[in-house]
Ligand binder design. Structure first.
Ligand SMILES: [Ca+2]
Ligand SMILES: [Ca+2]
Length: 164
C-alpha cells in the first residue's frame, strides 16, 4: 500500500489519536498519548486502488511514562502523642498516590520548623510510616512541624510508542 491508502477502517481509533499520512502510507500520532487513558490500540488500516480493498491490523502498545506527580491523600496530618511514648512507636501513616502504572514512591523527612525535630522522627521510605526515633520531651518542644516529601522514581521520562 503505497499511495493508495485512503483511510482507517472502523475500530480502534474512535478518538482519532492516530492518522494515516496518505501519500507516505505512514501512521502518525495526531493527539497526545496517555497510557493512563488508553494503553493499547487495535487499528484497522485499509488500502484501496479504487476497485479492490485490502485490510491490515496494526497493534499499538503505549508504554507508561512517569508523567504524573504523586499526590498526598491529606495536606496536613495532625497527631497528638504523649512524651512517654517509647522510641520506634508508629505515630502517623502518610499516604500518597500516583496515576502512573509502575510508580515507586519514596518518602523522606524534608525539613522541620525546629531543627531538633528531624532527629526525633523517622519515616519508612516506602511505606510512609512515621516513627518516633527518640523519647520526646514536652518541656523542650511542645509541637513538632515536619515537612514530608514524596518522590516518584523515574522509570522512563520519555513517552514511548511501541508498534508491534
Ligand atoms: Ca509518577
Ligand atoms: Ca504515565
Amino acid at each position: 500500500m503505497s499511495s493508495s491508502v485512503s483511510s482507517f477502517g472502523t475500530g480502534g481509533n474512535s478518538d482519532s489519536v492516530f492518522e494515516v499520512e496518505r501519500t507516505a502510507a505512514t501512521i502518525i500520532i495526531a493527539k497526545h498519548l496517555d497510557a493512563e487513558q488508553c494503553s493499547f490500540y487495535n487499528l484497522t488500516v485499509l488500502a484501496t486502488d479504487g476497485t479492490n480493498t485490502a485490510y491490515v491490523q496494526v497493534y499499538i502498545t503505549v508504554l507508561d511514562s512517569n508523567d504524573n506527580d504523586p499526590i498526598f491523600s491529606q495536606q496536613v496530618y495532625e497527631v497528638i502523642i504523649s512524651e512517654d511514648t517509647p522510641p520506634n512507636t508508629e505515630v502517623a501513616q502518610i499516604l500518597a498516590s500516583d496515576r502512573d502504572e509502575h510508580h515507586q514512591l519514596t518518602y523522606s523527612l524534608h525539613s522541620s520548623i525546629d531543627s531538633r525535630s528531624m532527629s526525633l522522627f523517622h519515616i519508612h521510605p516506602t511505606l510512609g510510616t512515621i516513627y518516633t526515633a527518640q523519647r520526646l520531651d514536652h518541656e523542650a518542644c511542645v509541637q513538632h512541624i515536619l515537612t514530608i516529601i514524596v518522590s516518584h522514581a523515574l522509570f522512563n521520562n520519555k513517552p514511548i510508542l511501541c508498534v508491534k
